[in-house]
Every structure is written in C-alpha cells, then in structure tokens.
Write a protein that binds this ligand. Structure first.
Ligand code: SF4
Ligand code: SF4
Length: 398
C-alpha cells in the first residue's frame, strides 16, 4: 500500500487544466483506512484506477481527458472542475436556458460536435461528458426558472468515455427525487435528441450576421465569466494557492486543530446544492435515499466515545462536544457527504452510515445529538481498570 505522501503525490499528478486537486480533503489522504474510491469507480478514461491486489489508487495522468466526471463523484471536494468551474458552468447553463425559453439543454461533446451546424449554440451548453453534471446544477436551474432540463448524449455505448453515462443516470435520478420532494415539477431527462427549440432557424443574411455578432458577444462574456470565476475558484474552494506544494507541506496542513480534529471543509458544491434547494422552498417530511446525504447511526452501548469519527470526518458533519459533564457526538446530515470515513475509522464497529435521511432535517439544518457521556465514563472506567491491572502486574480478578 502506498504511503500517505505517495497518495498525495499521486493525486497531485491528476491536477491539470481540467481538474483542481486539494489533497487535504481526500478521505484516503486524511486516513489511509478510508475505503473511498469513488473517483476511480467513476473515471471514464482509466486515468484513476484501483489496484486489484492492494485496493490502492493508481493514477495515470496521461489518460485523463479532463471530462470532470471524477469531480462529480468525489464527495469531499478533493477534486473540483475548472474550465469551466461549477460556477461558470451554472452561469452559462442559466444564460442558455433563458435564451431557450426555459428549457435547459446540456449536451456532451460528441453529440454537440455531430450536430453543431444544426443547433443554436447560444441555447445550450456543452460538457466533455454528461458525467460532469451534478445534482446542484440541475436543482439550481430548476430553482432559477428552468421548466425542464435535458441532458443530450450521443451513442454512449460506442463512446470512449461510455462509463460517464452511469454517473449521469445516478445524478439525474437523485436530482429528480430531490425536485419531487421539494415540490418542483421540473424534471431532468437524458435523451439522444436535441429539443426542437435549439434547432437553428434559417434567417436572412443580415439577421444571421446580427445574431452571430450577439452570439460572439455572449461567448466572450461567458469566457470572461469563466476566466474570472477560474481566478475566484481557488478562493471559493478555500484553496490557498495554485503553487504546487510538496507532499510534506500538504501533510503539514493536516494537523489537528484546536477543536481536536483535522481541518474541515464543506465542499462548495454542497453549499450550492443546499442554497438551490432552499430557493425551491420546504421539502416534504419524508425519508429519501440518495448518494448525497448520510445519517450516522451509533450503537451507544459499544461506543467508547473515542471521537475518531469526528477527528477524520472531512466536512465537519460529525463533531464532538466535550465538557466536564457531557460528551456528545453531533451529526448534521446536510453536511454529510457519504464518504464513509467515519465507518472506516471506527475501531469498535459501532458506527454505521445510512443513505436514508429525512430531507426536512437537511433543509432545516437539524442535527442528531448522541449523548455518549455514559460511554465515555465506561471507557474511563476501563482505562482505570487497565491502568490498575498494569500497576499490580496481573489479572485484577485473581
Ligand atoms: S475523497 Fe475524492 S479524491 Fe479521495 S478517494 Fe474519494 S473520490 Fe477519490
Ligand atoms: S459523517 Fe461520516 S460519511 Fe458523513 S461526511 Fe463525515 S465522515 Fe463522511
């Protein structure tokens, strides 16, 4: 198994014009026992691969096509897309949706290339692969006036990045479930056909020149937004600088903070999804199972209140509140990204993660509080017991 420094270096080698890497957010860098391999599972081009023998991640940067599907899959925000960033893509999709009278159209690159002479490019946005689209984009389009969202793809089965459609299907199912629970009629759909509204309409020469002029202006504006957003991206993500840090410097950033945990960061895409859902209103009070949120379940009888789950949780969804009389584990499902690090690091196997959450809890920012004072007391008693046993040098029961 590679060392943590090796894993940092591997992840860094993935950084390219299409992807920003923040290794301190990667579950595996934070704790080598973390089982997350979602980026490798989703990668469309064998650039991120799981070694079958060791279950370690191997990265072959030369295979990366920058489609951004791994950034959709990464729950912690360790991988983020740039050119366009999520914000720039959302802004361009919103502008195209408004120009297309409320139908948001996002096309994969092969489909766009095949049809570009037939469609009005100011009415749609193009992504390398539909795997780049995440739930937050679909929900924010719905929250800002889209009446339907169409993801248009080519013949995925014959595409070199065919794997991306699996992610797109999962995302569409999740987004539609959230839209339904939040009372929106908007639905996203994957389709092999462009809606007729994006078809190019033949106009006279003057009109087409005029249209091209305005379209060019629009493209320039979108590019400018892209550049400006790209410059703001690292600030938005809380990433300090584009300067490549050494693995040692990165690991130095993973020091335990004054709160007794590793640094936390809620991914920007999670904040945008919550904002978009908030703009839709209040959801039904129902349980929903998605790839997005999680609910921690703790067997308080087996728990020793060691707090390791809170130490390694990358987002701060799990925190430990300790004072003289109380030891409480607090969990916020809205910040939980289902990375499962808490399950992986729990030494007593007393913590499990359910992907079913009450969506009203997410919307209201409700937290679950587990009083572990008795567990902590038991653990202390056991420690005292152990210490006493060591002191007298034998079996204390004898
Ligand atoms: S946290 Fe992100 S980068 Fe790390 S293994 Fe999981 S998906 Fe990959
Ligand atoms: S609570 Fe567990 S699954 Fe959720 S973000 Fe924290 S470590 Fe990951």
């Amino acid at each position: 198994m590679p060392s943590i420094a090796d894993t940092v270096e591997l992840l860094q080698s993935l950084e390219n014009t299409g992807i920003v890497v923040e290794p301190t957010r990667c579950a595996v860098v934070r704790n080598r026992n973390a089982s997350c391999r979602k980026c490798a599972d989703a990668c469309t081009s064998h650039a991120i691969v799981i070694e079958p023998e060791s279950n370690a991640i191997r990265i072959e940067p030369e295979n990366c096509v920058g489609c951004g599907t791994c950034t959709t899959a990464c729950p912690t925000g360790a991988l983020e897309a740039r050119k366009p960033s999520d914000v720039a893509l959302a802004e361009a999709a919103q502008a195209a949706c408004s120009a297309n009278e409320g139908t948001a159209v996002i096309a994969c690159a092969p489909m766009y290339e095949a049809a570009k002479d037939l469609v009005d490019s100011s009415r749609l946005v193009r992504v390398g692969c539909l795997g780049r689209v995440e739930e937050g984009l679909i929900v924010s389009l719905a929250a800002h006036g889209a009446t339907r969202v169409r993801l248009v793809c080519a013949d995925c089965a014959s595409c070199a990045q065919s794997h991306g459609i699996d992610m797109a299907e999962t995302v569409v199912a999740n987004a539609n479930l959230l839209l339904e629970l939040w009372g929106s009629d908007v639905r996203a759909k994957i389709t092999p056909k462009f809606p007729s509204s994006v078809r190019k309409v033949r106009k006279d020469a003057y009109d087409s020149h005029r249209r091209a002029f305005f379209h060019d202006l629009g493209s320039e504006a979108r590019d400018a937004v892209g550049v400006a957003t790209d410059m703001a991206l690292e600030k938005e993500l809380g990433i300090e600088s584009k300067t490549r840090l050494s693995p040692t410097q990165i690991l130095a950033k993973l020091r335990v903070t004054d709160h007794g945990t590793l640094p936390h960061a809620v991914p920007a895409k999670r904040r945008r999804l919550l904002d978009a859902l908030d703009a839709l209103g209040k959801p039904a009070d129902e349980l929903a199972s998605t790839r997005l949120f999680g609910q921690v379940v703790i067997d308080a009888c087996a728990c020793t209140a060691c707090g390791m789950c809170a130490v390694f949780c990358p987002t701060g969804a799990l925190t430990n509140e300790v004072d003289r009389d109380f030891n409480t584990l607090v969990h916020y499902p809205g910040a939980c990204v289902q990375c499962r690090t808490c399950e992986d690091v729990c030494m007593k196997d007393c913590l499990s993660l359910s992907d079913e959450v009450f969506v009203r809890d997410v919307a209201d920012g409700r937290v679950e509080r587990y009083d572990l004072s008795a567990s902590a007391q038991n653990a202390n008693d056991h420690s005292l017991f152990g210490a006493a046993k060591r002191m007298i040098g034998g079996n204390i029961h004898d």
